[in-house]
Write a protein that binds this ligand. Structure first.
Ligand code: FMN
Length: 178
């Protein structure tokens, strides 16, 4: 799909169609796209936990999401995105190279995740990034190790209808040219 079309078509989707099976190969293509993102010294510290089984997805939804995200992601699967703590943005002795610390790892993961979202859309899927979730509950459920910082839970499935695109700020508000 043409890139500018893909950018317009990707939307945060808050209602998912029932009965959609997502083949593992499709998720692997999304992860491959994520891996093509640039990363600090090519460190690739992003990690993904993919919940496609209906039973587990339903448990995650009902027990680890606040009610609004629970309602918005019924019938979806979930991809939990984490990154290795204390690596990107740190020296080999474990000293932060600047004030951003693990913010650099989160930066790398964000670059990866946008690739993942766009690949999902290209393959005909839709997504919702969720920052509001029960981190401890998901960590325990998926055995996410303590040396990984858990960031986003991404719902994945297929939209039931096309949402209206939320407005973007005027370019003058977000950029200064010199
Ligand atoms: C870090 C992050 C956290 C978000 N958390 C939530 C969330 O918990 N629930 C939700 O419905 N949307 C969430 N969103 C989606 C945003 O609201 C959405 O991206 C924004 O309104 C722009 O809409 P668009 O994605 O369709 O362009 C989140 C997005 C990001 C990037």
């Amino acid at each position: 799909m043409e890139f500018s079309k893909l950018l317009e078509q990707r939307r945060s989707i808050r209602a998912y169609a029932e009965g959609i099976e997502i083949p593992r190969e499709d998720i692997e293509q999304m992860i491959y796209a994520a891996q093509q993102a640039p990363s600090w010294k090519n460190s690739q510290t992003g990690r993904y936990y993919v919940v496609l089984s209906r039973d587990m997805a339903e448990t995650l939804r009902l027990t680890c999401l606040p009610d609004f995200n629970r309602d918005r992601t019924e019938h979806a699967g979930y991809i939990v995105a984490t990154f290795k703590r204390g690596f990107v943005g740190f020296t080999s002795e474990g000293k932060a190279t600047d004030g951003l610390g693990d913010g650099w790892g989160a930066y790398d993961l964000g670059l990866q995740n946008e690739n993942l979202l766009l690949k999902a859309r290209e393959l005909g899927y839709d997504t919702l990034i969720m920052g509001l979730r029960d981190e401890a509950g998901i960590r325990e459920m998926l055995s996410i190790p303590e040396d990984e910082i858990m960031v986003a839970v991404i719902a994945i499935g297929k939209r039931v209808s096309d949402p209206i695109k939320p407005a973007r700020k005027p370019i003058e508000e977000i950029v200064k040219f010199f």
